[in-house]
Design a protein around this ligand. Structure first.
Ligand code: ADP
Length: 152
């Protein structure tokens, strides 16, 4: 293929992509689910972060790999300890909405040194997941599409 230089308006297009176009499905657990079950869910669903929802199906927490590792090192009964004991909870959760741009959402991840953001609607229901994987995939797809000359 022919390599071509990126044009400014192409880069402009990249940073403005709404994350609804590139986000992944969320993986959620209820707040009374055990730490043990959360670890199993993380493996089965192949994600690094689970979003925790309350009885009204609204976002109430985020639980990461290291949160679960930390709980596993103590003397806790993992099958009896609820995930709500280890999660980061509202209002400390950094969220995104589906209209956030690629640049805005990536900025939140970088500034807060986290791996992913829950994407929520106006009712605080989790509608997606935006992670470092989405960031990398979108960038690589964009560069491969735009740096190759058309018609080769
Ligand atoms: P890990 O802990 O596995 O390295 P992260 O870097 O994403 O994964 O998480 C670091 C800490 O930040 C954890 O305690 C986690 O609960 C919390 N965290 C993860 N995502 C968010 C988020 N979107 N908003 C607030 N806190 C978060």
């Amino acid at each position: 293929y022919i390599e071509k230089k990126l044009q400014i308006d192409e880069v402009d297009e990249l940073v403005k992509i709404p994350i609804k176009d590139i986000m992944s499905p969320p993986v959620v657990v209820a707040e009374d689910v055990s730490i043990y079950k959360s670890i199993v869910t993380m493996f089965l669903e192949d994600v690094g972060t689970l979003f925790v929802i309350n009885e009204n199906e609204k976002l109430c927490g985020v639980i990461s790999r290291k949160d679960l590792l930390k709980m596993s090192m103590g003397q806790n009964d993992l099958k009896r300890t609820p995930v709500s004991l280890a999660m980061t909870r509202m209002p400390n959760i950094i969220i995104a909405t589906s209209d956030d741009s690629y640049l805005e959402a990536t900025r939140k991840i970088v500034d807060n040194q986290i791996d992913s953001l829950p994407v929520v609607n106006e009712d605080m229901e989790v509608v997606g997941r935006f992670s470092k994987t989405n960031i990398a995939r979108n960038l690589v797809d964009f560069l491969c599409d735009n740096m190759k000359g058309k018609g080769d």
